[in-house]
Design a protein around this ligand. Structure first.
Ligand code: GLV
Ligand code: MN
Ligand code: MN
Length: 365
């Protein structure tokens, strides 16, 4: 960003912004995404959007073109929930959706809090209020992202214009049974926390399928203690992630899962506790920006479809304070959150061209 001549600032939670000044000091157009990833993740989720945003300002520099509004390249911090269980922490903070108490409450596997982690990296978490932007502070936000699914590839289409974003509802669940000897404890006398958790895992899968064809629910991790071949598992922690573009479907799935938890706990005589980590609201993206994207794509003769996003994005938080648009490009094989994640450079270029054309239109308003 510095090399591209941008004025760089970093806020209390580590969001990085680089500003290219406009002719007038109006609210800027934000372009960007995130650079963090998931364990064993790929190279394209998020990074493509940040690099494309940087490419837009470099191109403007090459063309000696000054837009009416400033353009800010943004890298949101901690978009993935890899370490603290909560997704899109940077954009949530920017939109006033998390407070200092949350920074203290969120802990990683080692019990290290988000607050401590920010301090250890020389950020100023106590100033979280200063990271908050108000409606009107930004003119628009555009995010280019890989699709992370198979639809564009199957339709042989280079661009998806995103209409809505499914947001996660998440629970951290702890099953407390009783650790015991695997040889001497008769089957009828066990309180096996992992067997109880296994019922829950399969139940989560069944409930998602029953609620609707768009509902997805995942148990993405299990921590089994003490984790030895000859010890009946005494304790299991697991994470449930539920997504849908309909809040009603997510609510249905959540309450069915909570009922199932009560049933398993009662029948197996184990204690199951759950903590809701988030209940994010699915978002419809701005009709105005969708029209601008459609018009820019048609003008440039770029083939596109309109589509929802199953994955969460910083765009869903930004939509609470400004007009937001998202551009998807194809993921080869539909694979993402996997080291094999790949998007072809020719598709990245088509997406970046559309980002450029749309960003210019918005920055000239
Ligand atoms: C972001 O990658 C998400 O979990 O949707
Ligand atoms: Mn991701
Ligand atoms: Mn992403």
């Amino acid at each position: 960003m510095v090399a591209a001549g941008l004025a760089v600032s970093i806020d209390a939670v580590g969001n990085i912004r680089g500003r290219r000044a406009g002719r007038e000091s109006l609210p800027p157009v934000f372009l960007g995404s995130h650079l963090d990833t998931v364990p064993e993740g790929g190279n394209y989720d998020g990074s493509v959007g940040v690099l494309a945003a940087l490419e837009i300002v470099r191109t403007l520099n090459d063309l000696n073109l000054v837009t009416k509004r400033p353009i800010d390249v943004v890298n949101f911090s901690a978009e993935e929930s890899s370490r603290f269980g909560m997704a899109t922490i940077g954009s949530k903070a920017m939109c006033g959706k998390i407070d200092l108490a949350t920074l203290h409450r969120l802990k990683d596997q080692e019990g290290f809090s988000l607050y401590e982690s920010l301090q250890a990296n020389d950020f100023a978490p106590d100033n979280i209020q200063q990271a908050v932007l108000q409606p009107g502070d930004i003119h628009a936000f555009l995010e280019l992202h890989i699709e992370q699914g198979p639809v564009l590839e199957q339709k042989n289409c280079p661009i998806g214009i995103v209409t809505s974003i499914a947001a996660p509802t998440r629970f951290k669940v702890t099953v407390e049974g009783r650790a015991d000897h695997s040889g001497n404890t008769p089957m009828a006398l066990r309180k096996d926390a992992l067997a109880a958790a296994a019922e829950l895992v399969l139940g989560v899968e069944r409930i998602a399928k029953e609620v609707s064809k768009n509902t997805v629910a995942t148990v993405g991790y299990l921590y089994v203690s003490p984790g030895a071949m000859n010890v009946i598992p005494g304790r299991v922690e697991l994470g449930i992630d539920i997504r849908d573009i309909s809040m009603e479907n997510k609510d249905k799935a959540s309450s069915a899962i909570l009922d199932l938890i009560d049933m398993i706990a009662a029948r197996r005589e184990v204690v199951i506790r759950q903590e809701q980590l988030c209940d994010d609201v699915p978002v419809r993206l701005s009709g105005k920006i969708i029209s601008t994207l459609v018009d820019a794509a048609e003008t440039a003769d770029i083939n596109f479809i309109r589509m929802p996003s199953g994955a969460g994005h910083d765009a869903m938080n930004m939509a609470t304070i400004t007009d937001v648009g998202m551009i998807f490009i194809p993921s080869v094989g539909g694979i993402s959150h996997n080291i094999d994640e790949y998007s072809r450079m020719e598709d990245i270029c088509v997406g970046t061209d559309l980002l450029f054309d749309t960003a210019i239109r918005l920055a000239q308003e």
